[in-house]
Design a protein around this ligand. Structure first.
Ligand code: SD4
Length: 336
């Protein structure tokens, strides 16, 4: 595994991924090279669900939705869906987005009491003339679509919130993997197991790209705060002719540079996926020369030919890749 990882890093992950075995074995049309890539180590289980869809000749859109639903349903994941840490007033609010190779797009922001925000986002895309529904309206729409209402605040997340209230320092911190500064007993914002948003990108057997991004956002954020994840061009962007990108980290910074759109445009102009991610990260870092430890932003990109890469501001960001040759977790190169 380390050898494979070193090899990929050496290549800068710019080479296309290994070819599929025979179509008969994979169930995918010859000549195509399906791939799924997603943020963080929990991406591996998400990728497995997405891969099942691709293997049975499903679309990239179905694949990314299936993948994103895995951490959404996991109460032990405190940064996505059920069990996500609440805002500072104790409400779990979800942001999610899906986009396909044709630029079809659906999003929800500040959605409460529905586990599968990504699926509501897809319904927004497919069943409304709009691309983004927020808050109460998003909930109304979800209920009308038959989604079940559920309390998303688990006892564990509620305990973490109460503990946070004792310190009462309002400073949400996403994914500072190597820092113990914001550690709390139990499951920790910024702790090792508190990896944030899932962004998941897929290329299917028909050569189509799609992406999804879903999160409970920054732990203990202000009520009503929306991050980059549901915003097209920020937390996610897909252009079927060029590639797709997704983001994890401080949403405000990603929004300021239209991060995922920037990455895709850089690929359009010839940068490799990793280089495109790197330049977007550098653009953010240049605005914050002093932010050695307390600012994180990372991108993952998948080009329409299957080449992929990622880059992070802080060390410790990894992304999961699934191809016909198997699953692997890669530590992204970082600026710091
Ligand atoms: C947000 N970008 O809401 C998300 C949080 C995240 O890694 O990705 N953290 O700002």
């Amino acid at each position: 595994m380390p050898l494979r990882r070193d090899f990929l890093r050496l290549l800068g992950l710019t080479a296309a991924l290994p070819a599929l075995p025979a179509a008969a074995a994979s169930g995918i049309a010859p000549g195509s090279q399906p791939v799924v890539v997603s943020t963080w180590n929990f991406g591996e289980t998400a990728n497995a669900a997405a891969w099942q869809v691709l293997e049975s000749r499903g679309s990239a859109l179905d694949a990314v939705e299936a993948g994103a639903r895995v951490p959404e349903a996991d109460p032990d994941n405190h940064s996505v869906g059920l069990g996500g840490y609440p805002d500072r007033d104790g409400h779990v609010t979800l942001d999610a987005c899906v986009m396909d190779h044709l630029g079809n797009l659906g999003s929800v922001a500040c959605l409460e009491e529905i586990v599968h925000a990504v699926s509501v986002a897809r319904r927004v895309m497919e069943k409304t003339p709009h691309v983004l529904l927020v808050g109460e309206g998003a909930l109304q729409f979800a209920l009308a679509e038959g989604f079940e209402r559920q309390d998303l605040l688990t006892p564990e997340a509620a305990a973490a919130w109460r503990q946070w209230q004792e310190t009462a320092e309002y400073r949400p911190q996403p994914n500072i993997e190597r820092s113990n500064r914001y550690r709390m007993p139990g499951e920790l914002p910024g702790g090792e197991t508190n990896h944030d948003t899932i962004g998941i990108l897929a290329l299917d057997g028909a050569g189509h790209l799609a992406g999804a991004c879903t999160t409970s956002g920054m732990a203990f954020k202000m009520r009503g705060r929306v991050g980059d994840s549901p915003i097209s061009g920020a937390g996610l962007f897909v252009d079927g002719e060029v590639g797709a990108a997704t983001a994890t980290g401080v949403g405000e910074e990603c929004l300021r540079i239209c991060g995922s759109h920037t990455v895709v445009e850089l690929m359009r102009h010839g940068r490799s996926p990793e280089q495109a991610c790197r330049e977007a990260v550098e653009r953010i870092a240049r605005r914050h020369p002093a932010s050695r430890d307390d600012l994180q932003m990372a991108f993952v990109a998948l080009r329409s030919d299957g080449a992929l890469g990622g880059y992070s501001l802080q060390p410790g960001f990894n992304f999961a890749i699934r191809t016909a040759s198997g699953s692997r977790l890669v530590e992204a190169p970082s600026l710091r």
